[in-house]
Design a protein around this ligand. Structure first.
Ligand code: F0G
Length: 469
């Protein structure tokens, strides 16, 4: 009988599914377009100012939006809420040592708490901090500490269509030129992010991290890692870099971190918690300084502005985050959405990033000049279309040059469609993809925006805009 059958399914393809099942659900509310028009107008065309209740699928950020596991929730009940010496801190410290490889750990309430400490501890007035593309909160803490951020990422990172597999890499010539120009004593550290958020969630190769370390060793400059999405970076190394294919993500992460002298971390991303962060260093003197400052700004050095239960959720989250099946499903979901959009000809940053699909607003709206906020408009249109909330990553996010007061004009004018971890299903991805394709189809009709309110720091969070005509 079998001989007469023709196989219809492509048997070479086997799907994978998420390594979890859903135990509890939270309602998501569908609204009408008229209602959403009112909402976005009241929000000053800024998706940060929408109420979460008015959002159907929330792809604003992957920060603090993960679903925790049953083990993490159970860990909350084991919170040791002692002011000093909570056992949950020691669990966190043990796991940062084990999985990231750093010796000394300072907990903070979230990533920017750690960025604040590290900037204050390392940077002096007049210093230059080279990095593989800016991140909004990272750069502002470097500036507030008296430093000037200098972008030393490879040129390909600024080109949304370049297929370079490691668009997060540092350009070693740019880095060395800067050190030569300002002198190594004016470079307190190299700020290495893996993956690079603003470039589109793009990874740094192991070879590049190794080379950055070698170069910096020659000048006595430390390398500090923004480890916020370093596990996603490790996954890309396994997929793309010679010699890493069979390795465990946990092993790759440890090797990657070994090329750096410390890290700061927003645990709200890779670590699968709703709040938390840390600073980890190998230099004991710098650690002493950071541990002293944390009591001024965050809380005692064994809780850093968090409850004991939050520390426990982080400690457990670290263990789950390096699981190979977890990380494959996480990045795989982002790829699923990205590939669907690419197949329909929607312009986006390639290769597809680890935490988000980044839409190329310049190619959506070539008729809207950059100072009319094309990406901001695109994010508003996607919300109007289907109640899907995304985020601008273009001129509004880039802010103003502190010296001249002019807008910074970034090459990348993007909208980030960010996927929370373990929260949405493939059907949510389908709804999102269809809405974005619809907006792309009608792109010619869209008009620009102008600012009506602009706060001084990190303006994109609270700015208000209106249609330009
Ligand atoms: N570094 C990177 C690469 C980040 O993406 C973030 C936050 C931080 C540091 C700061 O951490 O939010 O815990 O204080 N990114 C969020 C986002 C806001 O939506 O990408 P935080």
């Amino acid at each position: 009988m079998a001989e007469s059958r023709t196989r219809i399914r492509d048997a070479s393809r086997r799907s994978w599914a998420e390594p979890w099942k859903v135990k509890m659900v939270e309602p998501a509310r569908w609204t009408t377009r008229d209602y959403r028009e009112k909402c976005i107008r009241e929000a000053g065309y800024n998706t940060f100012l929408l109420r979460s209740e008015d959002v159907y699928i929330d792809l604003l950020t992957d920060s603090g939006t993960s679903a925790m596991s049953d083990s993490q929730w159970a860990g909350l009940m084991l919170g040791d809420e002692a002011y000093a010496g909570s056992r949950n801190f020691y669990h966190l410290e043990e796991n940062v040592r084990k999985y990231y490889g750093y010796q000394y750990v300072v907990p903070t309430h979230q990533g920017r708490g750690a960025e604040h400490l590290v900037s204050q501890v390392y940077i002096k007035q007049g210093d230059y901090v080279p990095g593989n593309m800016y991140f909004t909160t990272t750069r502002i803490h470097q500036e507030l500490a008296g430093g000037t951020f200098v972008d030393v990422i490879v040129d390909e990172a600024h080109d949304p269509q370049s297929e370079h597999p490691f668009k997060g890499n540092v350009d070693l010539d740019k880095l060395e030129d800067l050190i030569q120009e300002v002198g190594s004593e004016r470079v307190p550290y190299v700020s290495l992010a893996a993956t690079v958020n603003m470039a589109g969630g793009q990874p740094v190769s192991m070879a590049n991290a190794r080379a950055v370390r070698e170069l910096c060793d020659g000048y006595g400059i430390p390398v500090l890692l923004d480890a916020t999405r370093a596990i996603e970076n490790a996954y890309f190394i396994r997929q793309r870099e010679e010699g890493y294919r069979g390795k465990k993500v946990a092993e790759i992460l440890l090797e990657f971190c070994s090329y750096t002298h410390g890290c700061w971390m927003s645990a709200k991303k890779d670590t699968l918690v709703n709040i938390g962060g840390w600073l980890a260093l190998n230099d004991q003197a710098k650690f002493d300084d950071a541990r002293n400052l944390v009591v001024v700004y965050e809380g005692l050095h064994t809780y850093g502005g968090l409850a004991g239960r939050d520390l426990e959720a982080m400690a457990r989250g670290i263990e789950e985050s390096v699981d190979d099946d977890h990380i494959r499903a996480r990045v795989g979901q982002v790829e699923y959405l990205g590939n669907k959009l690419l197949g329909w000809g929607v312009p986006l940053v390639v290769p597809i990033g680890g935490h988000a699909v980044f839409l190329d607003a310049r190619r959506f709206y070539p008729h809207i000049p950059q100072d009319r906020f094309p990406a901001q408009r695109l994010a508003a249109e996607i919300y109007l279309e289907a109640g899907v909330r995304t985020m601008e990553r273009g001129i509004l996010s880039a802010g103003r040059d502190p010296a001249t007061g002019d807008h910074r004009y970034p090459k990348l004018e993007l909208v980030r469609v960010t996927i929370p971890r373990r929260v949405y299903t493939q059907a949510h991805m389908d709804v999102t993809a269809e809405a974005i394709e619809e907006v792309w189809w009608r792109a010619g009709e869209a008009k620009g925006l102008r600012l009506v309110y602009e706060p001084k720091y990190l303006r994109f969070f609270q700015a208000r805009l209106e249609p330009a005509e």
